[in-house]
Design a protein around this ligand. Sequence first.
Ligand code: PMP
Length: 388
Amino acid sequence: MSSTAPAIVYLDHNATTRPVPEAVAAMVQALRQDWANPSSTHGPGQDARRLLASARGRVAAFLGCAVAELVFTSGATEANHMAVLGAVKASGRERVLMSAVEHPGLQALAQRLRGEGVKVDFIPVDAQGRLSLAAARSLIAQDVALVSVMGANNETGVLMPVAEVAALARAAGAWMHVDATQLAGKAALGFAASGADLMSVSAHKLGGPKGIGALLVRKGLAIPPLLCGRQERNRRGGTENVPGIAGFAAACDRAAATLQADIERMRALRQRLEDGLSALPGVHVYGREAERLCNTLCLRFGSLDAEQVLMKLERAGIVASSGAACSAGGTQPSHVLLAMGESELHAKAGVRLSLGPETTAAEIDATIAAATEHLLPLLALAEAQPVS
Ligand code: PMP
């Protein structure tokens, strides 16, 4: 028996990325050497504190924010919660706006807020997944605490007009929050230049570890903490995740050095994949006319259920994912595709292929070949028996 496992073509980088070697090394070093509590006043504690300060400076430089604007959190989900709940509490206003295609964590928070009497309205998107600025303009008013719009959608990769929404929010005295989780490592990110007041990021989408991320808070904004304690300038209590932060910083250093080349490479490979797959009959690419992230391809193969497509692809060694959520009650359609006006059937058919910096041309060609071999017969069959 061969000792090497069959190679898997990993096309699920929007879900998470493999930690880069520099991040793993930095984490191991922090665990072995700088394991003391950075709040301790003794020597080992001060060593950990110095590591934390260095890492904070490097993450801030990568994200284009001031060191004092960076609050480390357990990831983007926590950062999103802190932004929304903090804005409602700080402003005294009782209305929140968010795009109709925000991450499920934010959608769930919206439901909870509604249950607690906070008004939440969703800004619609068009059939390409682009945010309606006209709707944003009419919804943003003086009673809004916060407008939350993601930088790029995790399912379709469609980019959102952050600067324009930020200007509208500012004019109404509302805070603007950007969930930039999918931008980091795939687009240039500058908090200061974005016009946003708050921005969420997560390390594991750019080659860092899971369980660490940040909320960027514009200077001068007093945001109440979710977790009380003295750490992070009283904005996020709890002993700092030093190994996670060290890994995050190492991933940022690496991404900063390779970002432009990575973007160009991923864009060219995504185009190759898109061209190859859209040559198959019945393939529909989502957000094709919109500005999109360089690495993301969201499509459906006719009306084939995403689950069926993903199973076929995985058998051929290719792993990807769908926006549709599987639950005990069966497949739930993707809320993103529904918001784009898709039918329930098609909203269960969306498949997301997301590339990373290490994706190769050979892997892209293998994916096109596998889809042609394994999905083409299914498509032909489905065409012969159209769904009623
Ligand atoms: N927002 C977006 C847009 C995401 O894609 C994700 C990760 N799937 C999150 C938030 C949640 O990030 P984390 O895993 O760090 O909580």
